[in-house]
Ligand binder design. Structure first.
Ligand SMILES: C[S@@+](CC[C@H](N)C(=O)[O-])C[C@H]1O[C@@H](n2cnc3c(N)ncnc32)[C@H](O)[C@@H]1O
Length: 444
């Protein structure tokens, strides 16, 4: 352990001693900033991550860039920009990519105000727009909502600057999410009861206007802390594939990794894809990225299938990958599930870690010697057994020369994650993870 490691650990421990629940950041009042105006599953707590980034920066004056390989809504990238760092991020989910792209873009507030006013005038003065169509639209949206959303969509398309169209799509995505017929207590798409749908009323246009106003205020706030000189590189795609391109990700090029990867439950509980697919079906996705493959939106679960752990590998592939030899904790979890006659669940757990480990190989390649990687993760339950992601992560990274120097647990504020996040076949709710672990590693 070196002096910087000791300083970082002392800081975290001192804060804990001063106040036991310090790292829960439970008293944060959600402010009207760019962080809070758009929803996304399992967002990080910015203030907490910001404090960790600050401690690392104080102890290493040579950090020029920060990388989040699973950037989601872009929390870490924004914190990086606010600290004059170059930022790099990847996400496979086009909605996450759009959020981060918009939040890290340089725009003119006065132009945004002018263009928003023009858009709202156009919406109010436009009649008889043909209803937009896609498979399943009538199941997920009431007729009057389809009329209103079609009108907003048509008017957004009249804006000729893609930078501002993207901002409008992001505000629109939030309205699509709030106006659809899925229950809001879970990230999964669960249709509401018919009588609730029949009585549902929502003014999309009024709420879109409010959302735009919030976004303008947030951009205003954010730009007070941004440096125009910073460089952001944001990629849409699978982290492993994107990082394999060595022109984009050179060996030993990253100064600090801060991330919160998925936990392997993207089909059952934290379904980032299902959360995003309805808004994405309404948006002109070429505006998000020209190279986007729209087959990712064909089914409600395709984004989650393509995500880490989305493919269930065979037992042979699992043994051939040697993943079980790299982590004794993973190996014993796998054996316990197999012995409980839960082969499918055992394969799902191992499949997730095969994918995850492949991304860790790339992370180890790009991280500079002596630099830190900070992971925030949760230990989920499978078949009643706790999958110790914290231990598995430490064991996997240690095979790549990245050593754990410290970890600590914190309670997840209830506002961040719905407590009920999925249902089993017997219709009983599954409760979400209520604590998470932050682990600090350093590359040898
Ligand atoms: C825990 S979330 C990150 C949340 C983020 N820290 C925030 O504050 O919003 C994990 C992210 O990993 C993404 N993801 C899952 N599999 C991926 C893959 N194979 N490649 C890239 N991103 C992936 C998900 O889409 C999700 O946005």
């Amino acid at each position: 352990m070196n002096l910087a490691d000791k300083n970082i650990i002392n800081y975290i421990e001192n804060k804990k001693q001063e106040e036991e629940t310090y790292w829960d950041f439970k008293n944060i009042v959600p402010k009207d900033s760019i962080y809070y105006v758009h929803s996304y599953p399992a967002k990080m707590v910015p203030d907490m991550q910001a404090e960790l980034i600050n401690i690392v920066l104080q102890n290493d004056k040579n950090i020029k860039n920060i990388f989040d390989p699973y950037m989601g809504s872009g929390t870490i990238l924004i914190e990086g920009l606010c600290r004059q760092l170059d930022v790099i991020g990847i996400d496979i989910n086009p909605l996450a990519y759009l959020m981060t792209l918009v939040r890290t873009s340089k725009i003119s507030i006065s132009t945004l105000k002018r263009k928003s006013e023009k858009l709202l005038n156009l919406i109010n003065n436009t009649q008889n727009v043909e209803d937009y169509q896609f498979d399943g639209i009538d199941k997920w949206f009431n007729n009057d909502i389809i009329h209103q959303l079609s009108k907003i969509r048509y008017c957004i398309l009249q804006e000729d600057d893609i930078l501002y169209r993207r901002i409008f799509w992001l505000a629109f995505a939030e309205i699509v999410r709030l106006s659809n017929n899925s229950q809001k207590s879970t990230f999964k798409l669960h249709i509401k009861k018919q009588n609730v749908i029949d009585n549902f009323e929502y003014d999309c246009i009024k709420n879109f206007s409010k959302q735009l106003e919030k976004d303008i205020n947030s951009f205003n706030d954010l730009y007070k802390s941004f440096s125009i000189k910073n460089n952001s590189k944001i990629y849409l795609g699978d982290t492993i594939n994107v990082m394999k391109d060595k022109r984009k990700f050179k060996d030993s090029s990253i100064d600090l990794i801060v991330t919160s990867p998925p936990y392997g439950d993207n089909h059952t509980t934290v379904t980032y894809g299902q959360f995003s697919v309805l808004p994405l079906r309404w948006i002109d996705i070429n505006d998000i990225n020209q190279d986007i493959d729209d087959s990712i939106l064909k089914t409600l679960t395709e984004i989650d299938n393509e995500s880490l752990g989305g493919t269930n590998y065979s037992i042979k592939k699992i043994y051939d990958s040697c993943i079980l030899k790299k982590s004794k904790t993973l190996s014993s979890t796998f054996e316990t599930l197999i012995n409980s006659k839960e082969e499918l669940k055992a394969r799902k757990v191992a499949s997730f870690y095969i994918d995850f480990y492949n991304s860790c190989i790339e992370l180890a390649r790009v991280l500079k010697k002596d630099k830190y990687a900070i992971f925030t993760i949760g230990n989920r339950r499978v078949n009643g057994i706790i999958v110790r992601f914290d231990l598995i992560l430490s064991e996997l990274l240690s095979t790549l020369g990245i050593k754990r120097i410290y970890d600590f647990d914190r309670n997840i504020p209830s506002k961040r994650i719905p407590t009920k996040i999925s249902r089993l076949k017997d219709n009983k709710p599954v409760y979400s993870i209520q604590t998470e672990t932050t682990l600090i590693f350093r590359k040898d």
